[in-house]
Design a protein around this ligand. Structure first.
Ligand SMILES: Cc1ncc(COP(=O)(O)O)c(C=O)c1O
Length: 390
């Protein structure tokens, strides 16, 4: 790839021109994409176009259904999947719930393997399945990471599904998903990845990673907005899974309006539910288009340079980075230990630097629209707040 960049086959994107499409940088040093992506002018225009369409057309269901299909296509391209393997959902939770509702935990395989790195919604949904006969087994963090080998003892012939986050929302650690998926496959278990903190920051191919299911959403690095997400389900599995969490948009013929039976779609659309989140879909398509335009290999390189800079500056200053230092073991977010992270976030906000916190760690999460000056400015201000840094 580096050779190709040098030969001009893949010219490096014009990062400054791309940044200019995110007006928040006129007023803020925004480094908080793990929480919410920055708003692009195209995404803003897409939401305005939705409002304009409503003013001009009133109601245009045919076009809205077409937009839903466009979103499905863009989500499929993002993951290397087929459109029929994608459910357009209203959240990651909705996708996980649809799959969980289709699983039975009374056929010799009762175990659900998760880890210490799950986002609350994932863990809560899987623990809820204990009411349906499941048993949740949790793989613990050891010395600041969870290597794939740690899953080896937990995944066995009783395991129904392994469901783990690709990148942890608390400390930015990135798990070796293909290696964990291999263990799941060898032991006959299903494998789900929650890529919410990873999708949009690096290439991810569901086939290469060998996962059965993947969930994510469009709030963060995919540059869309809240209220829209997606679920990938491997096509060979779809028809064997009959969700009991469902709705009219999950039926084979949505507009049959059949009130006499349940007839789920043959495709992954069977994991959808009610009316699609139309306005959010306009935003999602615009955001996914930008990610596609910039390209995930370039985005990964750009973020890698910025996260390296953050780790270096933190190390030089003697701050404690709780994210694993190996670039293969973290995503786009670097977490720095604080004595009082909410206070630190508030002090940075007073200086127009937008970050976030979890577990008394400051979370710094650059995207391709950030630059080296953002990181230098952050550390200049942090150096004045040493009392809050561990
Ligand atoms: C890893 C991960 N999963 C899921 C979510 C959110 O899920 P939902 O779309 O159901 O709100 C987040 C949001 O922060 C996340 O970081």
């Amino acid at each position: 790839m580096q050779d190709e960049v040098e030969r001009g086959v893949h010219p490096e994107p014009d990062w400054a021109a791309l940044r200019a499409r995110f007006p928040v940088f006129e007023n803020k040093t925004y480094i908080n994409s793990c929480s919410y992506g920055a708003l692009a002018v195209e995404v803003q225009a897409a939401v305005q176009r939705y409002l304009q369409d409503r003013l001009e057309q009133g109601c245009d269901w045919n076009y809205w259904v077409e937009r839903n299909e466009s979103a499905r296509g863009a989500m499929a391209r993002l993951l290397g999947a087929k459109p029929d393997e994608i459910a357009v959902t209203t959240s990651a939770s909705a996708g996980i719930n649809a799959i969980a509702s289709a699983l039975r935990f009374d056929e010799g395989r009762r175990k659900i393997v998760i880890s210490d790195y799950e986002f609350p919604t994932d863990a809560q949904i899987w623990y809820a399945q204990e009411l349906r006969g499941a048993e949740v087994v949790r793989v613990p963090e050891k010395d600041g990471y969870i290597p794939a080998e740690s899953f080896a003892d937990a995944i066995d012939e009783q395991t129904k599904i392994v469901a783990v986050a690709q990148v942890c929302f608390r400390n930015g650690a990135r798990l070796d998903i293909p290696a964990i998926a291999k263990l799941a496959r060898e032991r006959g278990a299903l494998m789900m990845v929650d890529g919410y903190q990873g999708f949009g920051t690096m290439p991810f191919d569901v086939r290469a990673a060998n996962v059965d299911f993947a969930v994510g959403g469009c709030v963060k690095y995919l540059l869309g907005t809240a209220g829209v997400g997606f679920l990938y389900a491997r096509d060979e599995l779809i028809e064997s899974l009959v969700p009991t969490v469902t709705g009219w948009f999950a039926q084979e013929d949505i507009f049959a309006m059949d009130t006499t039976r349940y007839n789920p779609a043959h495709s992954a659309r069977r994991f959808e539910a009610g009316t699609p989140p139309v306005v959010n879909i306009y935003a999602a398509i615009a955001g996914l288009d930008i990610v596609d335009e910039v390209g995930l290999p370039a985005i990964q390189r750009r973020i890698g340079g910025l996260t390296d800079q953050i780790k270096t500056r933190a190390r030089e200053a003697g701050y404690t980075v709780v994210t694993p230092t190996d670039p293969g073991r973290h995503g786009a977010m670097i977490a720095i230990r604080s004595h009082d992270a909410p206070a630190l976030v508030a002090r940075l906000a007073e200086q127009d630097i937008v970050t976030s916190d979890r577990d008394n760690n400051l979370r710094v999460s650059p995207h391709f629209y950030n630059n080296e000056q953002d990181i230098e400015r952050l550390f200049e201000v942090l150096h004045g707040q040493r009392d809050l840094l561990a």
